[in-house]
Write a protein that binds this ligand. Structure first.
Ligand SMILES: Cc1cc2nc3c(=O)[nH]c(=O)nc-3n(C[C@H](O)[C@H](O)[C@H](O)COP(=O)(O)O)c2cc1C
Ligand code: SF4
Length: 678
């Protein structure tokens, strides 16, 4: 191990337990929760195997009245849950790591759609996700019940052999709401001044401590925010009340858009600025997060005593083996998180987690994928990969690691495809890590040859001696309006020189003057390009068929930031309008709700609607009949098959590589996880 990183591997005492190092996987949900215990346990095991000293669960409900479905969460309601968690704790312990559980009671944040029990909160407040339900104001009996539920959950956590139990007092959940004077308007002993507002948290900590005994440590996830308090010292005063009570503080801002900010809006370590003022007050170890992937930065913040333990959610998802790679001095092998927040979409959509950089995330149990260990090759067959964008890079690198002979041809002078172009857009520079990681791996794979500036034609492929052909030729943006709203091209748009698409913009072919950016795509490109063009001097109007900017950003925790950013940059916003026609000067729009027609004048139109797969060469080849009999397989992957996210393209590349020559590959999807109570 490199001496300068040794400090990261110091054992850390957390109350009665000791973490073998300072790498701490903070609680993060996975879209698995109590519904998919096997998938969950196998995923957490990989983190422990990868060297994390502590591996936590996701938010873990202590009672059925705290139910967040369709967002999956862990639970400790009964014996079934104990059994499910034991799957995880035993696997985590097998690798010498500690297992932690984040005990969670929601309050008005969840509306218990599955259990249909009204959630308890400090007062009766509307559901924070916009659903037409209110919480129930806690009365004396409710306080008794909640204390009992926390105690029962702590006992179950002990039985499940957890080493750390949390009181989750952050993110606008119940225990956080007691703290906040802007929410806690109670006129009994649990409201009012700091003493009153901290009373319930103190009771909960005491209960957890009693049940933890000398077997488990008690942690608190706490919000250091000052901005939602009535006076600037309120958090400090509150913290002073409880600062020495738990064994560990996990400090992170309460606003999801900040604390799990994407790289488009936040930099590594940004969260630290929120915690300094309260870290100084406690003698207990402090863990904090900040999308940490730079090893020097980790060492520096520990040496400066800004934190004691490096907390990570996304860096541990992108590379579960991050600690081990540092320990073994293999920094070049670290798969750095790109901060895209695709991992967050799993829980938001109620499906298992996925990751752009780490395609094995979530597939540890179902498909048996491991982020570092790939099965050896079965034959000496060779594979020709055409195109080296995200899916081409991934398939070549994963097949290479299986020791197959791979020849990859890229028509451009660089690999990376769309990530090269997109990472040059404002604040998407971290995305180039997708290419960098895989190129770095090629340096160790003498069986993979990459040919740049090598456009392939039909005759080249037919002459190839490879047994298998994979098309990873990507896709191109359409300019003709075809998309989710217009199911046919808008005729006048084709060949109109004042109509642009994202490929034009990314290649530097920019419009000027009055510009309309039309967004029927609902993700990041339209808002980024609107803002970029506005900053370059255009007068931009953003028009979308949706009713918000970046609708998909609701699942990546970016929607608010994208809309705010566009407003602040001066871009004019028009919602719920579709384009009917454009004649170089006048754009005709129809309202998505009323079909009311309106017109606006614009010099240029940027259409961000949909993409066409680059599959012409594939069809030319498969139509060659007898001439292709020599090939054992011809396949398309990634955007060339079905344009989607970069994460999907990389996943497709890995899937091809893992299922290559695997006769059982079709069976994996039938392996479904389920709650153990069957
Ligand atoms: C996919 C995902 C799920 C998360 N789920 C939880 C959760 O269940 N409980 C919680 O306290 N924080 C949750 N978080 C927040 C993380 O614990 C962490 O504070 C945040 O991601 C910032 O850390 P990072 O920069 O290391 O990712 C989640 C974050 C992610 C990315
Ligand atoms: S999905 Fe993106 S943000 Fe999440 S861990 Fe992977 S690379 Fe990082």
């Amino acid at each position: 191990m490199n001496e300068k990183y040794k400090i990261l591997f110091d054992p850390i005492k957390i109350g009665p337990v000791t973490s073998k190092n300072r790498f701490y996987q903070v609680p993060h949900c996975t879209g698995m929760g109590w519904q998919r215990p096997n998938m969950l346990a196998s995923m957490r095991e990989i983190k422990a195997e990868g060297g994390w000293g502590v591996v936590n669960t996701e938010y873990c409900s202590i009672h059925p009245s705290s139910d967040d479905l369709p967002h999956s969460y862990a639970a400790l309601w009964d014996k079934t849950d104990i059994k499910a968690h034991q799957l995880m704790t035993s696997k985590v312990h097998n690798h010498g790591a500690l297992a932690g559980v984040e005990l969670w009671y929601s309050g008005a944040n969840a509306s218990s759609q599955y259990t249909r029990l009204s959630p308890l909160d400090v007062n009766s407040r509307p559901n924070l996700k916009g659903l037409p339900f209110q919480s129930r104001k806690m009365d004396k009996q409710d306080f008794k019940d909640l204390r009992k539920w926390f105690r029962q959950a702590a006992i179950r956590a002990r039985e499940a052999e957890f080493d750390i139990i949390y009181a989750y007092a952050n993110h606008s959940y119940l225990l956080h709401n007691f703290q906040r004077s802007d929410i806690n308007d109670r006129d009994d002993s649990y409201g009012g001044d700091t003493q009153g507002r901290s009373k319930f948290l103190k009771e909960v900590i005491e209960i957890l401590k009693e049940e933890a005994g000398n077997k488990m440590a008690v942690a608190i996830r706490f919000s250091p925010d000052e901005d939602n308090q009535k006076n600037s010292n309120e958090t400090l005063d509150f913290f002073n009340e409880v600062s020495e009570m738990p064994d560990l503080w996990d400090l992170t801002p309460s606003n999801w858009d900040i604390e799990l900010g994407s790289s488009r809006f936040t930099d590594e370590g940004d969260n630290l600025k929120f915690i300094n003022h309260i870290k100084k007050i406690t003698s207990k170890p402090v863990v904090a997060v900040g999308r940490f992937t730079s090893v020097d930065a980790m060492v520096s913040i520990i040496k400066k005593k800004l934190v004691d333990i490096i907390g990570a959610a996304r860096p541990s998802i992108a590379d579960p083996f991050l600690p081990k790679k540092i320990e073994e001095d293999r920094l070049e092998d670290i798969r750095e998180c790109i901060g895209c927040n695709i991992c967050y979409t799993g829980d938001q959509l109620g499906v298992p987690i996925r990751c752009t950089q780490n395609p094995t995330m979530g597939e540890e149990w179902r498909r048996g994928w491991h982020p570092e260990v790939l099965p050896p090759k079965k034959t000496n067959d060779s594979i020709l990969v055409i195109g080296c964008g995200p899916s081409g890079l991934e398939v070549a690198h994963a097949l290479g690691k299986r020791n197959y002979t791979v020849i990859a041809a890229e028509e451009k002078n660089t690999t990376g495809g769309r990530v090269v172009l997109e990472s040059k857009l404002p604040s998407l520079n971290e995305w180039i890590r997708v290419k960098d990681y895989r190129e770095q791996q090629f340096l160790k794979l003498s069986n993979v040859e990459i040919f740049l500036n090598s456009k392939m034609y039909l005759k080249d492929i037919l002459e190839s001696e490879a047994e298998h052909i994979v098309f990873a030729t990507g896709s191109k943006w359409r300019s003709d309006g075809f998309g989710r709203t217009n199911t046919h091209p808008i005729k006048e748009l084709n060949n109109n020189i004042n109509v642009f698409n994202p490929d034009d913009i990314m290649k530097g072919n920019l419009p000027s003057g009055e510009v309309v950016v039309f967004d029927d795509d609902y993700y990041y490109l339209a808002p980024i390009m609107s803002e970029m063009l506005q900053k370059k001097g255009c007068n931009v109007t953003y028009i979308t068929t949706s009713s918000v900017v970046c609708e998909f950003g609701n699942y990546t925790s970016e929607q608010y930031n994208y809309q705010r950013s566009l407003i602040n940059s001066g871009v004019k916003l028009i919602f719920s309008q579709n384009i009917i026609s454009y004649n170089d000067k006048e754009l005709k729009l129809s309202c998505m709700y009323s079909d009311k027609i309106s017109t606006i004048r614009t010099n240029a139109l940027v259409m961000i609607t949909s993409r066409s797969p680059n599959d012409k060469l594939y069809y030319e080849l498969v139509n060659e009949n007898d001439k292709i009999n020599k090939f054992k397989s011809i396949k398309r992957i990634g955007d060339c098959l079905a344009p989607a996210t970069i994460a999907s393209a990389i996943y497709d590349g890995r899937k091809y590589a893992m299922e290559f020559e695997d006769e059982f590959s079709e069976n994996y999807l039938y392996k479904r996880d389920s709650n153990l109570n069957i």
